[in-house]
Design a protein around this ligand. Structure first.
Ligand code: GDP
Length: 294
């Protein structure tokens, strides 16, 4: 995960090797390298500048203890700043509501259906009764995919193959969940290959009509700055509650994880790290910062 970024940051810290203290002069090139590493990782220039300015200010303001080298101190400060950038702490999902309804939105291929299965599996393991609902009225294959996942994890999947109105399917799924006494309902929606007006209207209509406890926006971390831009467009229309960052097991550069919170002002709540049903984790900014810094 974020191998390139980790290597480049490590190289930046090494430029302080042999120095007894951090000074305006010797830290300048290190800061420049950190900024370069962040920009290469697909972090927006403005954000990278703000973060590195803050790192510099903190580094110059803090005394280097005898036990800590300037490189170690800077690593610690960078970890703190990256943690802050990513939102400091995990923001839990709202688990209230009867049923607790979770709406899943995002582009096609982002990993929505896979994540819906994983979340259902996670909630089931917590002892909740879960219902999955397939609201993709355009791709029958998407409904089948959810059914296969449901079977795999032992979670019922609500479908209405002949209904072409996703709002109706979502409402009926809530009714069915109530009748069956299910505690959680996860609604997987249709995605398009690119943001379009029809898609936005559809997902906004579903949200407005069912008023879910939680709306999660799923995005492929491999798409870097595009992920941030897509998140911003969805947020404007959908005002979602949190982000799910998928495919972090791939060769991602890290820009999406580092920038979304700051640029879209919504927390990343979950990360997805593989195709298997247990490859899901809560997003913890401090742990992520530690992983980036190796
Ligand atoms: P949807 O169109 O948004 O519902 O996306 P899918 O859930 O069908 O996922 C698209 C593809 O990405 C599938 O081949 C998934 O197996 C794969 N996928 C989803 N999440 C992950 C992940 O976290 N890591 C990896 N490596 N692949 C994933």
């Amino acid at each position: 995960m974020f191998d390139n970024l980790s290597v480049k940051l490590d190289r930046a810290f090494k430029t302080l090797k042999g120095q007894g203290s951090i000074t305006e002069v010797n830290v300048a090139s290190t800061i420049k390298e950190i900024r370069r590493a962040l920009i290469d990782a697909d972090v927006n220039y403005k954000v990278a500048k703000e973060v590195t300015d803050s790192i510099k200010e903190k580094a110059l303001g803090r005394d280097v203890l005898i036990a800590v080298s300037p490189g170690q101190l800077l690593t610690k400060i960078v970890a703190e700043e990256l943690t802050l950038l990513m939102g400091e702490t995990n923001v839990p999902m709202d688990q209230t509501g009867n049923p607790n309804t979770i709406l899943i939105a995002g582009l096609q291929g982002s990993g929505k259906t896979t994540f819906s299965g994983k979340l259902a599996n996670m909630l089931k393991k917590q002892g909740r009764t879960v219902l999955l609902a397939a609201c993709d009225v355009y791709r029958p294959a998407a409904i089948d995919q959810l059914k296969v996942l449901g079977e795999q994890i032992g979670v019922e999947v609500y479908t209405e193959p002949d209904e072409k109105n996703p709002v109706k399917i979502a409402k009926n799924a809530i009714k069915y969940a109530k009748e069956q006494g299910k505690k959680s309902l996860i609604i997987d929606t249709a995605g398009r290959l690119a943001v379009d007006e029809e898609m936005m209207q559809e997902i906004s209509a579903i949200k407005k009509e069912i008023n879910p406890s939680e709306t999660l926006f799923v995005v492929d971390s491999m798409t870097g700055q595009d992920a941030v831009n897509t998140a911003a467009v969805f947020n404007e229309r959908l005002d979602f509650d949190g982000v799910v960052l998928t495919k972090l097991d791939g060769d991602t550069r890290g820009g999406a994880a580092l920038s979304i919170r700051k640029e879209v002002t919504k927390p990343i709540k979950f990360i997805s790290t593989g195709e298997k049903m247990d490859a899901i984790d809560l997003f913890h900014p401090d742990r992520m910062a530690k992983r980036i810094l190796g």
